[in-house]
Design a protein around this ligand. Structure first.
Ligand code: ADP
Ligand code: MG
Ligand code: MG
Length: 193
């Protein structure tokens, strides 16, 4: 279950860890994109940080909706609308369905799939979101599995986004969006433990 306290803590950690990893995310994106993924995400996190400090008692679905709008309007690039859609779909799921964590994350994953027109194995953030949703459903969500999902993207050839312009030369590099999503779910593990 995704509680209010967990969600605030999760987002707080995400803001901190994206800021800590800004340079690394930019480096990954320099290798197979345009070098701005860390900068883009940090711009979004500044707004998320404001939202978190403005009120401490929002309903989880309202909080996730505000975060979604922050990401859509501030992150930009390809990743902003994709993260934004994921958070918006998680918010909507909580509004209309239940607060089962696996189902909430799955709703986010499906949002990325639809918005990005993406499938598994295309070397994107979806290659983290989809298996994490599956792991949660099977009670197998842990750091070892999360790390192995990220490593599994290393030798994939990108077929979506800027990295796809490199074709085979995208192999052997980690996808920046898969890395930032791994940070998001590492932080989720922290609040679950
Ligand atoms: P941009 O490529 O516009 O500079 P970013 O660098 O912020 O945007 O984000 C790049 C990341 O977005 C990629 O690493 C990848 O994970 C993700 N991405 C790009 N296109 C898609 C897509 N169609 N579906 C899913 N994820 C995508
Ligand atoms: Mg980029
Ligand atoms: Mg860009």
């Amino acid at each position: 279950k995704l509680t209010q306290a967990m969600t605030y803590k999760w987002l707080q950690l995400f803001v901190q860890d994206i800021q800590k990893n800004q340079a690394h995310l930019n480096e990954l994106d320099t290798a197979i994109g345009d070098g701005d993924h860390g900068t883009n995400m940090v711009r979004g996190m500044e707004q998320v940080s404001k939202i978190l400090s403005q009120s401490q008692d929002q309903k989880v679905s309202d909080l996730l909706k505000q975060v979604a709008f922050a990401l859509i309007s501030k992150v930009g690039g390809a990743s902003g609308p994709l993260y934004g859609t994921a958070f918006l779909e998680m918010s909507k799921y909580l509004q209309n369905q239940d607060d089962d964590l696996a189902s909430v994350i799955n709703a986010g994953a499906l949002g990325i799939k639809r918005r990005g027109q993406v499938n598994g194995g295309e070397k994107t953030m979806y290659d983290i979101w989809q298996p994490v949703a599956a792991d949660l459903q099977q009670q197998q969500f842990n750091q070892a599995n999360l790390d192995s999902h990220l490593q599994a993207t290393l030798n994939l050839e990108a077929t979506k986004g800027r990295a796809s312009y490199l074709g085979e030369r995208s192999q052997g590099h980690l996808d920046p969006g898969a890395q930032s999503s791994t940070i998001l779910f590492t932080d989720l593990l922290q609040v679950l433990n």
